[in-house]
Design a protein around this ligand. Structure first.
Ligand code: AMP
Ligand code: MG
Length: 318
């Protein structure tokens, strides 16, 4: 059902799930302080409970109610990039349910930059825990129809805000001992973050194990095997992000070009819908050109690599 904001907020407060658009992808939301509601998210998605959720809030003041400590860099980032596709992992207050954080002493928070998401957060007046509104490990939804396809049977309320504009998930940063660490590349380019707060570290093995239990190597995966071609990404301007099918529909036919003009922002916005479209075409495999790993290209390559990862893949195919 397509609810009004008032209906959706009331449903959330009753402990029901509501799917809603954000600027990144569609989220599957539950009242973050209602553990029974949060448990339904894991059940609906088939998501393991060791994979913590991002808590969405309407504004900075609401984030304060979830977090005990703000390193200086985190404050600056929040002031600069919220509302926006940046998630900050910070020490949590005791009231934040353990189910939301998978038992971590930290909570992941962000203020989404989407008018419907913000309207829902304001109308409900509570933080909303929300992962992407897809089955666990599969392609993230960038339209309400995508949500319907995978979760229509289990989620009654789906707010429709049209296609999302950013198209890849938020950038996630943690601050172990106050040092900024990139847990996931996403909608805010690393370059923009480093311009504001200086160098950001890559997660070391200890960080990966304890801080990002959900960063599984295979994710965002189409059912059709996807392979990244061992080519260099094209330098400068020109078409980027060609995704093709094997066998091709017409020999040499490139079926999806994420951005004909080489615009990484446009490519990110189109990535998941293009993967979905090719996945549904019933062919044997999808091959993808690498894109330049700069700006939003980092997030695109991260998603392609996780979509392509196959534990049993033969060497050389990946
Ligand atoms: P998503 O799958 O887009 O909902 O993003 C959730 C991801 O955020 C998880 O898979 C984790 O990698 C990360 N995350 C969420 N909460 C935490 C936390 N408390 N500590 C570390 N990483 C977190
Ligand atoms: Mg997801």
């Amino acid at each position: 059902m397509r609810p009004s904001i008032t209906q959706a907020a009331a449903a959330l407060l009753r402990g029901e799930l509501v799917a809603f658009p954000t600027e990144t992808v569609y989220g599957l939301g539950a009242h973050a302080f209602d553990e029974r509601a949060v448990a339904q998210i894991f059940e609906a998605k088939g998501r393991p409970t060791f994979d913590p959720l991002i808590v969405h809030v309407a504004d900075h003041a609401s984030a304060e109610l979830l977090v005990t400590e703000w390193p200086k860099a985190a404050r600056r980032l929040a002031a600069h990039f919220w509302p926006g596709p940046l998630t900050l992992v910070l020490p949590k207050r005791a009231e934040v349910p353990d189910l939301v954080t998978a038992g971590e002493p930290t909570v992941a928070v962000r203020v989404p930059a989407h008018p419907l998401a913000l309207a829902l957060l304001r109308a409900a007046g509570v933080p909303i825990a929300a992962p992407s509104a897809n089955l666990f490990g599969r392609i993230s939804p960038t339209t309400a129809a995508h949500v319907e396809e995978q979760l229509g049977g289990v989620v009654k309320w789906i707010l429709d805000g049209g296609p999302t504009t950013v198209g890849v998930e938020s950038t996630i940063l943690a601050f172990p001992e106050g040092r900024p660490v990139l847990l996931r590349p996403g909608g805010v380019p690393l370059e923009a973050i480093e311009a504001l707060i200086g160098p950001v570290e890559a997660p070391g093995p200890e960080v990966r194990a304890t801080m990002a239990p959900g960063q599984l190597p295979q994710h965002y995966a189409p059912r059709t095997p996807l392979y990244i071609l061992p080519r260099r990404p094209p330098p400068g301007v020109g078409p980027i992000g060609r995704l093709a099918l094997i066998p091709p529909a017409d020999p040499g036919d490139v079926l999806e070009v994420l951005s004909p003009s080489g615009d990484l922002t446009e490519a990110a916005a189109r990535l998941f819908a293009a993967m979905r479209k090719l996945d549904q075409s019933g062919v044997a495999a999808i091959v993808a050109d690498p894109v330049p790993a700069i700006g939003l290209g980092r997030a695109i390559m991260d998603r392609l690599q996780r979509a392509a990862f196959r534990p049993v893949a033969k060497p050389g195919l990946k």
